[in-house]
Design a protein around this ligand. Structure first.
Ligand code: SAM
Length: 281
């Protein structure tokens, strides 16, 4: 473990603060500060940037974000057992670490960050990772308050995020993320890197917001992708019937009625969403 700061090794921190991992909180800790530094750097330089971290736990990634020069880290943690360990990091980096004790699903992050560039970097708890991502990407406000997301997911979820038409993993998540962001898998992380090790491989995903995503009402996009992927092996003329006159929708969007959801690129779903919105007046 390289010495990025003069704080004690994470194993000692975990023992001293009695932070035995809880499965119910999706706790798989990263203790290798070389790896957390690599994650911190994946989204680009951090000087002058405010970083929101969900689930700092004992604070390995938090320490790397601060050591890599983040102007300020806002760390949102549900487990109150971690607050003592995080207070020690805050004392080592005066004025640069704000710890919010609470549930990240209920925190208004945009209100917390204020002006200037902000980024999300997190080793997410797997049980709330997808709803958090959808909250960031499906934001009513665009461009959003963040200029990038660097997030750890289970590999299977990462594949769904970056999937394109024709890929096995392509579905609603891939359409939503592809519409609003450029998404790529930066690197994989094996189970042994975590304490305790999870059953599956994880991946760090990097999402960058598109400046001008194709204009599209988000609720309509959700309705269309839900209908289409709800019956993904069926032709769209069948699967879109729940939305009304499927043939008219497909004609208005310029999409062939015999195509299946998994073959339609993001632009096709945007056209369908706009056609659907028009039918609702
Ligand atoms: N960042 C640490 C690391 O990399 O070692 C811990 C990552 S661990 C995968 C997920 C963290 O998220 C845990 O500290 C857990 O307590 C916290 N957590 C779980 N659910 C949460 C929620 N709804 N809001 C905020 N934090 C949460």
């Amino acid at each position: 473990m390289s010495a990025i700061d003069d704080l004690p090794p994470l194993r000692d921190v975990i023992a001293r603060h009695d932070l035995a991992a809880k499965k119910s909180l999706g706790q798989n800790f990263l203790l290798d500060l070389n790896l957390t530094a690599r994650i911190a750097r994946t989204g680009g330089r951090l000087e002058g940037v405010t970083v929101v971290e969900v689930g700092p736990g004992p604070g390995g990634l938090t320490r790397s974000l601060l050591a890599e020069g983040a102007k300020r880290v806002i760390a949102i943690e549900k487990d109150t057992r971690a607050l003592g360990a995080l207070a020690e990091i805050a004392a080592r980096y005066p004025g640069r670490l704000d710890v919010i004790s609470g549930d990240a699903l209920e925190v208004d992050m945009a209100a917390l960050v204020g002006d200037g560039p902000a980024r999300v970097v997190a080793n997410l708890p797997y049980n709330v990772a997808t709803p958090l991502l959808i909250g960031w990407v499906a934001s009513d406000r665009w461009p959003p308050w963040w200029d990038g997301l660097t997030l750890m997911f289970q590999r299977e979820v990462a594949e769904r995020i970056v999937a394109q038409a024709g890929d096995d993993a392509y579905g609603r998540l891939g359409v939503l993320c592809g519409w609003r962001c450029e998404a790529r898998i930066a690197f994989d992380v094996g189970p042994q890197a975590f304490t305790p090790p999870p059953k599956v491989t994880s991946s760090v995903v990097r999402l960058t917001p598109r400046e001008t995503p194709l204009p599209c009402p988000i609720r309509a996009l959700e309705a269309v992708t839900q209908a289409a992927f709800g019956q993904r092996r069926k032709m769209l003329r069948q699967s879109l019937k729940s939305l009304g006159d499927a043939a008219a929708l497909l004609a208005a969007a310029g999409v062939e009625p015999t195509r299946r959801a998994e073959e339609i690129p993001v632009e096709g779903f945007v056209a369908l969403a706009r056609a659907f919105e028009a039918t609702r007046g």
